[in-house]
Design a protein around this ligand. Structure first.
Ligand SMILES: [Zn+2]
Ligand SMILES: [Zn+2]
Ligand SMILES: [Zn+2]
Length: 777
């Protein structure tokens, strides 16, 4: 057997370039440790594309290095390699060590700023270790975890550009900060009890009642266990919090916050604790424990100790795990088990993140405040996800995910700004092949939210060094986002039809350039014919779209009021299909939903005269109408309250479906004809059929009708890829039913996992269309 002696061993040198999310997240120290453990020499540095590594040693060790680098097992939590190229080099003489080369060019502005990340396992161990100098320190962090996006003011991303600039590192912290092999090498927010920020407790007027980290946490825990309401400063802003098992406390929080109905999110300290109240399946568990630590909607268990007022009329409980060190400390206190953790804001205003503002705005709500002096520069809400068909599906994309971009294969030659929609607004910048979405901004019709929007656009434009040459916005001239986009006076502006943007967001996420069948099932958006669209079948690419089918139009009286008062929609449906007679026949039933006969008469007159009545194909409004008919309520107190209640009572064992037929209009457009369905629903209501049956038959019927629409589109186009998007796909039951039905009929289904299906995804679609049309020239 040939055993090569040392002189005969072949030494090779390999250059490895990786791109993706590889900067500012502890990548270089990780690579340094990997290389030195394997006895390889060479170097690593950041460059404008990502990270370049040169390693020298025996080929088997180099192979092992590449394997460990790319398999992700031990890599930093946030590291995501999108591409990896490997090339041979001439070995260097006399190179003995591996070193981190200074990278003068710190990379693209984008790659420097990463999202805020939940406390990592190693930091948690230190937090609980009495011998560690950061034992019980509420701001412990390292390169693998801690705040980033929420504290950065400007680039380059150094400590002096963050809100940590006011704290000077002590010797112990600095030693770790400058040591390349340390987990805290260049961790900008690094701090300890001796040198960093701290927490203190104030009463509702802002008078300090406890000082010192430990005393503050102990007193906050005691107050929470006692049933008090606290405002706690976290990573992206303040939370209002109360014991989630204390009905009185939760009710009081609702009363003081003037939030009567909308479900509250909760937080617990462990998966085991959450499992007491809700089903935690494999995927949901992975999402809860992920570094992004979003709120995850989980199937609730019956008969648990969760206070009824936390979330009524939904199938889900929204839970997240403790994600900041302060949270972990709180859950160690006696009597602190599971907490309501809701964004601290007044009605729909932006999240509060500043100490003084918190006292000013929340003193009537919170009994005490846990304050901290690490300032939050950008407020970021908690992200909210659910599991649809075994995969993550976003309801709100914010903390933990922003500003990680959606990366596409092709570069845009132009910088692009996409303004988004007015509800659930996000905006999006395009630079090269990176699509950077803002966090959830909110509903722009609120003046404070709109100001926050314009300020955020300006801040992120600077942060990512983007000068938009092309601007995209919604077709609706009344949207504030549209008006803002037009005021920017860019070289080019493109107005994108709302539902085309919904489908385009799917094409962008999956990086598809060929045309697909798009089913946009949604609330409302302005159509190219002036009607209010909302249940559309399109043949769409990023270049163009054609509307090939839709829900048949019905008259919608009262515009925006209809989204709150389903009686208007029901009257519109009946009047549109059967005229005034249809309304008179069902008087008794209608007066159960709207007891004031006079109000019904007024709406009917409005329909007859066509005053403030607009044609609509909205599916969202249809859900409102069916919910009210099924007896689930007469008013949406918050968006989609009734549709959520309707979904909550669906039953998987019911296979029956209302029949929806497809008609062709004279232009060959397919129309979903719901006349039969409406008649059947009214019959079932009259016959006292249980609402679970009505709800499930409605969901199944709509699912079948949508699949039939796709079928028609496939016949005409030969395309068998279907993209699903629009707010109605936040409905898990319908999404899973339709996906399954389409797959049974041999369609390939594209369903987003990275970006919300609702209007939070619109800006990505607008941006991708603008890039396709203007970004290639
Ligand atoms: Zn850490
Ligand atoms: Zn220190
Ligand atoms: Zn929409």
């Amino acid at each position: 057997m040939d055993v090569p002696n040392k002189e005969m061993t072949l030494i090779n040198r390999t250059k490895i370039s990786i791109s993706g999310r590889v900067q500012g997240i502890g990548c270089r120290p990780f690579i340094y440790r990997l290389a030195t453990d394997l006895g390889l020499s060479g170097s690593v540095c950041n460059d404008s594309v990502g990270v370049t590594i040169e390693v020298q040693g025996e080929q088997s060790d180099i192979d092992k290095f590449i394997e460990l680098l790319t398999d992700g097992t031990n890599s930093p939590a946030l590291m995501e390699i999108v591409s990896c190229t490997v090339g041979e080099m001439e070995p260097l003489d006399n190179e003995e060590e591996f070193h981190i080369a200074p990278s003068e060019e710190a990379g693209t502005p984008l790659s420097q700023v990463s999202p805020d990340i939940a406390t990592c396992k190693q930091c948690l161990d230190e937090l609980n270790d009495p011998t560690d100098f950061r034992y019980r320190y509420p701001f412990i962090n390292c390169t693998n975890c801690g705040p980033r996006y929420s504290i950065v003011k400007t680039i380059p991303y150094d400590r002096c550009s963050t809100t940590m600039d006011q704290f000077e590192m002590c010797q112990l912290c600095r030693k770790q900060y400058v040591e390349v092999s340390d987990r805290r090498f260049h961790a900008q927010p690094v701090a300890c009890g001796a040198c960093g920020p701290g927490v203190w407790l104030t009463d509702s007027k802002g008078e300090t009642i406890k000082q010192g980290n430990d005393d503050t946490v102990a007193e906050a825990g005691r107050l929470l266990a006692e049933g008090r309401i606290l405002a706690i400063k976290g990573i992206g802003g303040f939370h209002l919090t109360a014991d989630a098992t204390n009905e009185e406390a939760v009710k009081l929080l609702r009363k003081r916050k003037h939030r009567d109905h909308k479900p509250f999110a909760m937080m617990a300290g462990s998966i085991e604790k959450i499992s007491e109240f809700a089903e935690v399946t494999g995927v949901a568990k992975r999402l809860l424990e992920s570094p992004q630590a979003p709120v995850v909607l989980l199937d609730r268990k019956d008969g648990t100790a969760i206070a009824p007022s936390v979330a009524e009329g939904t199938w889900a409980l929204g839970f997240m795990l403790a994600y900041a060190p302060l949270h972990h400390l709180l859950f160690k206190e006696d009597g602190v088990d599971v907490l309501v953790m809701t964004s601290a804001n007044i009605s729909d205003e932006p999240l509060i993140c500043d100490n003084e503002k918190a006292i000013e705005k929340l003193s009537g709500i919170a009994d005490a405040f846990v304050m901290g002096n690490r300032d939050i520069y950008r407020q970021v809400d908690d992200s909210v996800v659910q599991v649809i068909d075994g995969k993550q599906a976003f309801l709100r994309r914010a903390r933990g995910f922003i500003p990680a971009p959606v990366i596409r294969k092709t570069d845009s030659k132009k910088h692009i700004f996409a303004a988004g929609a007015d509800l659930k607004n996000t905006f999006c910048f395009v630079k090269n092949n990176q699509y950077i979405l803002s966090e959830h901004i909110g509903d722009l019709e609120n003046g404070d939210v709109y100001r926050h929007y314009t300020k955020s656009v300006k801040h992120l434009k600077g942060l990512f060094e983007i000068e938009p040459e092309v601007v995209a916005c919604d077709l609706h001239p009344g949207y504030l986002s549209t008006q803002f986009a037009k005021s920017l006076k860019a070289e080019k502006i493109i107005e994108v039809q709302h539902h085309w943007a919904h489908i385009a967001s799917v094409l962008a996420e999956f990086d598809v350039r060929d045309p697909v069948i798009g089913l946009a099932v949604d609330g409302t958006g302005l159509g190219t014919d002036g009607a209010i669209w909302g249940c559309e079948c399109l043949i769409a690419s990023l270049k163009k779209f054609k509307r090939v089918g839709h829900l048949q139009y019905y008259p919608l009286p009262g515009g925006d009021a209809a989204s709150k008062e389903p009686i208007r929609i029901i009257l519109g449906l009946l009047y549109g299909m059967f005229g005034k007679e249809g309304i008179e026949e069902n008087r008794a039933l209608l007066e159960k939903i709207e007891p004031q006969a006079e109000k019904i008469n007024l709406i009917v007159q409005q329909l007859e005269k066509g005053l403030n009545v607009i044609n609509s194909s909205s599916a969202g409004r249809l859900f409102d109408a069916v919910s009210a008919l099924a007896g689930l309520g007469t008013c949406n107190h918050f968006e989609a309250q009734l549709p959520m209640a309707l979904e909550a009572i669906t039953r998987k064992d019911i296979k029956d479906a209302y029949k929806i037929e497809i008609k062709q209009d004279p232009n060959g457009t397919s129309l979903l004809d719901i006349r039969n369905m409406v008649v059947e629903i009214i019959d079932d209501v009259r016959n006292g059929i249980e609402s679970a049956m009505i709800s499930t038959k409605f969901h199944n019927g709509l699912g079948n009708g949508l699949a039939d629409l796709a079928e028609k589109a496939r016949k005409a186009s030969g395309i068998s890829v279907v993209a699903l998007s629009g707010g109605v796909f936040c409905n898990r039951y319908l999404s899973e039913y339709l996906k399954e039905t389409l797959k049974e009929r041999d369609f390939k289904v594209l369903f987003k996992t990275k970006i919300p299906a609702n209007d939070g995804g619109i800006s990505l679609g607008q941006a991708a269309i603008a890039a396709e049309i203007f970004g290639t020239i």
